[in-house]
Design a protein around this ligand. Structure first.
Ligand SMILES: Cc1cc2nc3c(=O)[nH]c(=O)nc-3n(C[C@H](O)[C@H](O)[C@H](O)COP(=O)(O)OP(=O)(O)OC[C@H]3O[C@@H](n4cnc5c(N)ncnc54)[C@H](O)[C@@H]3O)c2cc1C
Length: 446
């Protein structure tokens, strides 16, 4: 069996795949693999661009471990602590939470990933006060190389917890994840088109005065699309019976969303990218057109519907976390390179923000962060563009997203993370024989 990731940037031939339906079956699958001398790797939805999930050993697919286990109240914050099977997809989790009047505090662009895959690679959204998904994890259960199940949290097996809540599955297989949820909320979304110079000049103001700010920049275009989302109380009738009027409003909103998200974003993007692939000389004009084609719009909807979108156009991506204070300079440098190199890039850059975090391997560890996602249509070459961007990022101490394409190794990364030695110690203690290793973890962790 050949396994390939979503972006088609990596593939592997696992010796076998297992689909455990219970924690016991998961433990047995690990024990059997070790007995037979195989390495083990859990796979989520295969949405990492890097080879994080690839293995020629035993691949564990946790799709069947997707149940809601329990909802408790955190005595400290009053928020709900929700324990789910590690293989639950984010769209399933969002639904489970919504049915209970709850939501994730923040989410990334899509909801196809598993919770385990998302936290293990440091998946993040945007918002100067709202951190990545691993920062919301409050407890885990981890299946070790001996098949034993260990519960860990900030107060129980602390180092295993820190190394497992964002650790590429290198300490073991997560079987359950406990996240801190918040009361359900809506987002008032404002999408606009603004001159790039103004956005870069006013960046701090734009980021700090809103809950969730980000922008998309089509290479060489002088306008960018800004998305500003403000948290508002969930509508009181959100979970109640649906009236005829509300059904009509919902249907109208769904049609508008379909036109904006599917026709303009996905179909339009595929079309401009195909055209740019065949006629590269048209790319600057197409980018400039694309930057303005997305109409300004405002709407209000449940948080997860606003934050997560369908991304149907396949692409490749590298993304770095850089100190927020230097992101405008970083972007001007990338823009300079794109303008002078003439590289054919019809895919937008995406720029997002995060607060400083304390998760050991969070790309936002210890500093206010800006994320710059450099993306390229999958039919076009990416290496020269990604290399050039990587040089710009690494010159300012950038940290690559663990689940996206990059060329960094353990030596570089050790210099970027103060808790790297602690992570390595915890990993060594949890998996001394490298049962859960693969070539990617060997490269990035040593
Ligand atoms: C279209 C698209 C949009 C994206 N948007 C964003 C975004 O907005 N923000 C962002 O930060 N990232 C984003 N990503 C990246 C993505 O969120 C991460 O790469 C994430 O890890 C993918 O989750 P997955 O379930 O597919 O995990 P996989 O890619 O299958 O696995 C990722 C890692 O998790 C490990 N793992 C999986 N399950 C377990 C388990 N049970 N126990 C231990 N380890 C496990 C794997 O071994 C691997 O190391 C996007 C990716 C795509 C393709």
């Amino acid at each position: 069996m050949i396994w390939t990731n979503w972006a088609r940037t990596t593939s592997a031939t696992p010796v076998r795949q297992a689909h455990p339906a219970t924690e016991e079956e998961l433990s047995d699958a690990v024990r059997r693999a070790v007995r037979e001398g195989h390495t083990v790797r859990a796979v989520g939805a295969g949405h990492s661009f890097s080879a994080a999930a690839a293995t020629d050993g035993v691949q564990l697919d946790l799709d069947r471990l997707n149940a809601l286990h329990r909802v408790e109240r955190d005595p400290g914050t009053g928020n709900a602590l929700v324990t789910v099977g590690a293989g639950i997809r984010l769209h399933q989790l969002n639904q489970v939470l919504a049915e209970r009047g709850l939501a994730m505090q923040n989410l990334g662009d899509i909801d196809r990933q598993t919770i385990a895959g998302a936290v293990s690679t440091g998946t993040h959204g945007t918002g100067a006060r709202f951190g990545g998904m691993a920062s919301r994890v409050r407890a885990l259960t981890v299946v070790g190389a001996d098949g034993e199940v260990t519960r860990c949290s900030p107060t129980e097996n602390h180092d295993l917890f820190e190394a497992s809540r964002l650790g590429l599955g290198a300490t073991g297989v997560l079987s359950t994840v406990t996240v801190e949820a918040v009361p359900a909320f809506d987002l008032h979304a404002v999408e606009d088109v603004q001159p790039v110079d103004r956005v870069l000049e006013e960046l701090d103001h734009l980021v700090d005065r809103s809950d969730h700010f980000e922008f998309f920049w089509f290479p060489t275009a002088r306008k960018v699309q800004t998305l500003t989302n403000t948290r508002v109380e969930a509508r009181a009738d959100a979970g109640g019976p649906v009236s005829a009027g509300r059904r009509v409003r919902r249907a109208a909103a769904a049609v508008r969303t379909f036109i904006d998200d599917e026709v303009l974003s996905n179909v339009g993007l595929e079309l401009t990218n195909r055209t740019a692939t065949t006629f590269p000389a048209m790319t600057p004009a197409l980018n400039s057109f694309a930057a303005q084609a997305l109409r300004p719009r405002t709407y209000t909807a449940p948080s997860y519907e606003v934050l997560c979108n369908r991304r149907r156009v396949r692409f490749r991506e590298t993304e770095y976390a850089v100190p927020r204070a230097v992101v405008a300079d970083v972007l001007r440098e990338i823009d300079g390179w794109l303008c002078s190199s003439g590289e054919n890039v019809p895919f937008p850059l995406e720029i997002r923000f995060a607060p400083a975090e304390d998760v050991w391997l969070s790309t936002a560890y210890g500093r206010e962060t800006a994320y710059v996602a450099v993306q390229q249509y999958w039919r076009l070459p990416y290496a020269r563009y990604f290399d050039a961007a990587e040089q710009i990022f690494t010159a300012v101490g950038g940290r690559p997203h663990w689940g996206k394409m990059h060329s960094r190794d353990a030596e570089y990364l050790a210099g970027q993370y103060r808790r790297f030695p602690d992570f390595r110690r915890a990993r060594g203690a949890a998996d001394p024989d490298g049962v859960f290793a693969n070539p990617y973890t060997r490269r990035v962790f040593g």
